[in-house]
Write a protein that binds this ligand. Sequence first.
Ligand code: COA
Length: 333
Amino acid sequence: MSKITAAITAVGAYVPEFVLTNAMLENMVETNDEWITTRTGIKERRILKAEGKGTSFLAIKAAQNLIQKASLDPATIDLVIVATATPDMKAASTASYTSTQIGATNAFSYDMDSACSSFLFGMSTAASYIESGRYKKILLIGADKMSSIVNYKDRATCIIFGDGAGAVLLEATEDESIGIKDSILKSDGSGRHYLHMKAGGSLKPASVETVLNKEHFAYQEGQAVFKFAVKGMADVSAELLERNQLTGDDIAWLVPHQANLRIIDATANRMGLDKEKVMINIQKYGNTTAATLPLCLWDWESQLKKGDNIVLAAFGGGFTWGATLLTWGYDSK
Ligand code: COA
């Protein structure tokens, strides 16, 4: 019997219409376009302005885009995973609402949160289910409404994050030349104080005091995160190539988490990759947390060819980080 692997067979995404530019931020906090551009590479980000709409709105739109592009019958999906750090609400999963809204009537569903690595970790979970033979079709959505946890008076975080969502369909295949080949995934909880939300969880439930202290916003110590991210993402990506006996020449594309252009450059350099092989859209969307990787695949889909070796790499709060090697399974339709 041939081995079953998991391959990406369709991509979808959605970004809200409202564009928050660096010039607009100059009127909100003490910053400037030159500082933001040189330190991060970000020029603008998308923000979901609509009242009463949470992350599920983004996730549903991305899934519907995929379903429509791929002419997919949603009733054939076995599992829907929503990777997110900003669920609609605690204790009722964003994935169950999303799967019902998109008509995935035969799927079970759940959320996964490992901050900016959620999508990468979710891909590994989905691939393992498929490789085991248990499920055949899994919809993995990375969606975050970061504007719901960003303090637009804190210049250390508000310049970085944006809202968006992307989705991939992972399907079982017996074609061993394509699909997900290998992953190295890591976490280190000693880093959790550098990037987190201080209150609102079971450790420090919401109170008048936590609201007054602005503890329901994302808090980040940028430099500490930066140092860890550069080393973490570059190390695993290089290790992944080495253990698969590959060099930068064998890789068609690097799909890096879009947190900071300098972190992306450091990872590409360690892998020996030319800049033309690196997907970079941070200038348009900023850091959309779980959505960065599928948003890259969506933007570059028309250039991807069957047989392309692709490395996806991510880093996030927790700390969490990792890299995945896959071979692309289809030419753009
Ligand atoms: N505009 C202008 N100046 C700013 C600023 C802003 N938005 N934010 C900070 N500064 C100032 C600081 O106050 C500091 O001033 P000082 O030297 O007078 O004290 C100076 O700029 C340098 O700040 P620093 O925090 O050392 O800058 P940095 O080069 O580390 O860049 C980040 C800041 C946040 C862009 C960078 O650390 C980063 O990208 N970190 C990783 C973030 C990340 O990847 N997060 C998500 C992980 S998934």
